[in-house]
Design a protein around this ligand. Structure first.
Ligand SMILES: NC(=O)c1ccc[n+]([C@@H]2O[C@H](COP(=O)([O-])OP(=O)(O)OC[C@H]3O[C@@H](n4cnc5c(N)ncnc54)[C@H](O)[C@@H]3O)[C@@H](O)[C@H]2O)c1
Length: 383
């Protein structure tokens, strides 16, 4: 029996920065290349949805160079510096003014025009109202690191408008029981916190740590130094804003110890952003050093350099997370999705090993295909 093609997934986005630029260009890119075997997506199909089944119905920012512009123009406005790999993108919806709250630091206001933020004078809209009016299914949070109050505002707006939430940043929502409960009470799924790029520093650190333990090695030291030139790295030059990103990055590595009951030796772990070098633009460079001990205490030293386009590296993962959220909505699964959060985020409510997280995602997608095949409407359940 042939299954009907599902409807489009309607997303709203807070923060039209570099990550969204890569994501939006990606929608056009994968539409143009839909018949080819092009790299960059982990799954062609998730629960019947392709990458091209996503449309942007609302967008929020606070920068005067973006607010009031169609998203197709706003993504190329400064300080964005993500690589342009798809010049022709649809104009799309107009970026609306969000509440600034703590989204913009004094430091970013003091930066030169091309590297900092400039706040628009427009009156902020009621985000929950817009989410309802545009019939959004999912709200993506792409705010700058350190936006605690602003993230809480957007999370609450999602709850009020009965919209699922994808928290791509290290302000902890999905991993905080009090927040998860609010989404459960509203009958909504969410994924978070702090997305993990497809082939980024976090996933590489995780699999190296897993590999060391699986092969019987002790990890005495694990260092992951990150340098980049984009707006996100600039924003994190403020030490107080950077703290949650460092915690989130270290969570990924620490989790592999915790899952095996192996203590993390004192001063043995560093993972975090280290500096902003504008020359690099959206190129992120990460330097790894692992010091291991194996048979007979024999030392093993691992040095790796990873160089990636930061924003594009995260876009494919977000396309997957959006589809898992939509599948969960349709299945009536509520709360923070365990498998998809562990697979796509650095600080999920429950950390998993690589293979277990992937398996949990595949099971969720399969449940949806089975349900659609049998035309069932499953009961509401926790993930
Ligand atoms: N690979 C990656 O790039 C990656 C990976 C994991 C997490 N993240 C996180 O994703 C987030 C977005 O990254 P980015 O590179 O797009 O950042 P960015 O700095 O380029 O974009 C942030 C955008 O948010 C806007 N903004 C600020 N305050 C706002 C408010 N109150 N309401 C609406 N918009 C507001 C800014 O004007 C800007 O356009 C960051 O927190 C980053 O740490 C990125």
């Amino acid at each position: 029996m042939a299954t009907a093609r599902p409807k489009k997934i309607r997303i709203a986005v807070a923060g039209i920065g570099n990550c969204f630029s890569a994501l939006y260009q990606g929608f056009a890119y994968y539409k143009e290349h839909s018949d080819e075997n092009v790299p960059g997506l982990m799954f062609d199909d998730i629960g019947g949805y392709a990458a091209t089944d996503i449309e942007v119905v609302a967008a929020f920012d606070v920068d005067k160079r973006k607010v009031g512009k169609p998203i197709g123009k706003a993504i190329f406005a400064k300080p964005n510096c993500a690589r342009v790999f798809m010049e022709k993108v649809p104009a799309g919806c107009i970026v609306q003014m969000g509440p600034v709250l703590d989204g913009v630091s004094d430091y970013m206001l003091d930066q030169p025009e091309e590297l900092g933020f400039r706040i628009a004078k427009a009156k902020p809209v009621d985000v929950a109202r817009v989410l309802k009016d545009t019939k959004a299914d999912i709200l993506l949070n792409y705010l700058p690191v350190g936006s605690q109050a602003a993230t809480e505002y957007y999370a609450q707006a999602a709850i009020d408008a009965k919209v699922a939430f994808l928290n791509c940043i290290p302000v902890f929502i999905a991993s905080v029981p009090k927040w998860e409960q609010k989404f459960i009470d509203a009958g909504l799924p969410l994924i978070g916190d702090d997305m993990r790029s497809a082939f980024g520093a976090s996933i590489l650190s995780q699999v190296l740590q897993e590999l060391a333990f699986d092969r019987g090695f002790q990890v005495d030291f694990h260092q992951q130094i990150n340098i980049g030139g984009n707006t996100d790295f600039n924003n994190m030059m403020v030490q107080s804003r950077l703290a949650s990103k460092k915690e989130s990055k270290e969570n990924v590595i620490r989790a592999q110890n915790d899952l095996r009951g192996i203590p993390v030796p004192k001063y043995s772990l560093f993972a975090g952003p280290s500096t902003h070098l504008p020359y690099l633009e959206d190129n992120k460079v990460a330097y790894f050093n692992l010091r291991l001990r194996g048979f007979g205490n024999a030392p093993v030293n691992v040095d790796i350099k990873l160089s990636v386009q930061d924003s594009e590296n995260s876009a494919g993962v977000v396309i997957d997370a959006i589809r898992y959220l939509q599948v969960a909505r349709e299945l009536g699964v509520v709360g923070a999705l365990r498998g998809p959060s562990a697979w796509t985020q650095k600080t999920p409510p429950v950390q998993m090993q690589y293979a277990d997280a992937k398996e949990a995602c595949e099971q969720l997608a399969k449940r949806q295909l089975d349900a659609r095949h049998h035309n069932q409407k499953p009961a509401t359940a926790r993930s």
